[in-house]
Design a protein around this ligand. Structure first.
Ligand code: SAM
Length: 234
């Protein structure tokens, strides 16, 4: 799709690999001090919905991928045991301060680790949840594969994120913003199919989350099928 301007047609650039681990670290070093003020409010509903879904699921061992400043940590049931990982030392420092200040004894560990290559053994967790992180990691399919690996068979993977529109004016704006990925610290043009196939039988729920359906909560059963691969035609 292109848009016609007085200067002629423009087709938005679309550099998918704009973020690498160092640019994520740089971006979140800058965001860490203001993250809660700038993003805490608008994303609160999505975070609350995702953690409520985690709390309803069986199993206690929870991995939060891209835990950031730990905004979600106080919301987990105290019966869950939570491990958080993040690439950004500065974001993790905020999460550690929160854990100490609020006596979050259900938080087992906050570790500096790459979600695309985790140090955990296979099937270490019952649940893995990524809140507003899938559109930030350099390679969402690798994130998905790693989350599948570290969650036990029958466990769940959850994602809450903003996913780019598939068409229309919002699609165009989000594609046009893609070159800003490194500055923003996320991919504005990140779409649901960049993460998984929404038609996969492993996908249990896809729910729109306020405000104004800006965010989507996706729950996937770790059933041995690869929901990130396009479904084979029947
Ligand atoms: C938009 S913030 C979301 C933070 C938190 N989940 C929340 O709900 O506020 C994205 C986080 O993902 C982290 N991140 C990005 N890529 C990562 C990776 N490959 N491994 C671990 N963390 C990563 C960033 O450092 C950042 O803290």
């Amino acid at each position: 799709m292109s848009i016609t301007t007085p200067q002629g047609p423009i087709t938005p650039a679309h550099p998918r690999a704009a973020l690498d681990a160092d640019s994520v670290r740089d971006a979140y070093r800058r965001w860490a001090g203001v993250y809660d003020t700038v993003f805490g409010g608008v994303s609160a509903f999505g975070r609350r919905r995702a953690v409520a879904a985690v709390n309803r699921l069986p199993g206690t061992a929870v991995l939060e991928v891209g835990v950031g400043t730990g905004l979600a940590l106080p919301r987990y049931d105290r019966t869950k045991r939570v491990t958080g990982i993040d690439l950004s030392r500065e974001m993790l420092e905020k999460a550690r301060e929160r854990t100490a200040a609020e006596h979050l004894t259900h938080v087992d560990a906050l570790l500096e680790m790459d979600a695309e290559a985790m140090d955990f053994a296979d099937a270490s967790f019952d649940i893995a949840v990524a809140m507003f992180t899938a559109s930030v990691v350099p390679d969402a399919k690798r994130l998905f594969a790693e989350m599948r690996r570290v969650v036990r068979p029958g466990g769940r993977l959850l994602f809450v994120n903003h996913f780019a529109a598939e068409n229309g004016p919002r699609w165009w704006i989000e594609r046009a913003m893609a070159p800003l990925s490194r500055t923003l610290g996320w991919h504005p043009d990140f779409a649901l199919h960049d993460l998984l196939d929404p038609k996969s039988p492993s996908v249990e729920t896809i729910q729109s989350v306020p405000p104004a359906g800006l965010f989507t909560l996706v729950q996937v059963l770790n059933d041995g099928l690869d929901a990130s691969a396009p479904a084979l035609a029947a």
